[in-house]
Design a protein around this ligand. Structure first.
Ligand SMILES: [Mg+2]
Length: 223
């Protein structure tokens, strides 16, 4: 397989989606809307659903409608003792480090959260870069602009040589549209948007061993 770059989503992809962490982050988003913006608990779930469906993230909706400060919001929602929810997996680290590709995190979260997650699950040093919500000018997946900016940031010339991994089905369509090879992570039913479904990221090697062979990278390899 002639791929040269892999984009990894962060939350729910690099760690188990059933860790409980995402639920806690979601609770803190709602808490922010109640405490900081004075919104009633009655309307928050519906408003969050609306923002998620319309803009891709709650933050994007809050920026547009309430002019929230992104730094303040991101600090607040990610203020969580991560190590209580997510843990290192030596097999996963080993697998990622053997991938003969350039590797980037591509996330709707911010750089600080991504670094804290990588530290908590001991995947520091496994990636060439983190493309976060700031790097993509607060566009967010699944907006097409987010993917176009991510490709630019990663210096990708040919999107057909990119593998895109995400636990969210709705994030795959723009990647497919741009020509990337999409892999859905988690327990999902087959869907045409996903070229491959892998229940857990660390099973990637069993599911797609070709990714480790026939690869001729023009880029220097990692350790
Ligand atoms: Mg995710």
């Amino acid at each position: 397989m002639n791929f040269e770059t892999i984009f990894f989503d962060l939350d729910g992809t690099l760690y188990d989606n059933h860790s409980g962490l995402w639920e806690v982050i979601r609770q803190r988003m709602s808490l922010y809307m109640n405490e900081r913006l004075g919104l009633s608990w009655d309307i928050i779930p519906e408003l969050r659903r609306h923002y998620f469906e319309t803009y891709g993230t709650t933050l994007r909706g809050l920026q547009l409608h309430y002019q929230v400060d992104a730094d303040d919001y991101l600090r607040f929602v990610h203020d969580i003792p991560l190590q209580e929810y997510i843990h290192p997996d030596p097999e996963l680290r080993e697998m990622i480090l053997t991938l003969p590709h350039r590797r980037f995190i591509f996330t709707n979260a911010d750089y600080q959260h991504a670094n804290r997650v990588l530290h908590a699950i001991n995947l520091e040093g496994c990636f060439d870069g983190i493309i976060d919500v700031r790097a993509i000018n607060f566009h967010c997946k699944p907006e097409l602009e987010a993917y176009q900016l991510a490709l630019q940031k990663a210096g990708v010339e040919d999107p057909q040589r990119v593998v895109y991994l995400d636990d969210s089905l709705s994030n795959l369509a723009p990647a497919t549209q741009l020509g990337m090879f999409t892999i859905l992570i988690g327990d999902h039913a087959p869907d045409p948007a996903a070229k491959l479904i892998v229940p857990k990221l660390k099973e990637l090697r069993q599911q797609l061993p070709e990714l480790w062979i026939n690869h001729r990278s023009p880029f220097p390899k990692h350790e």
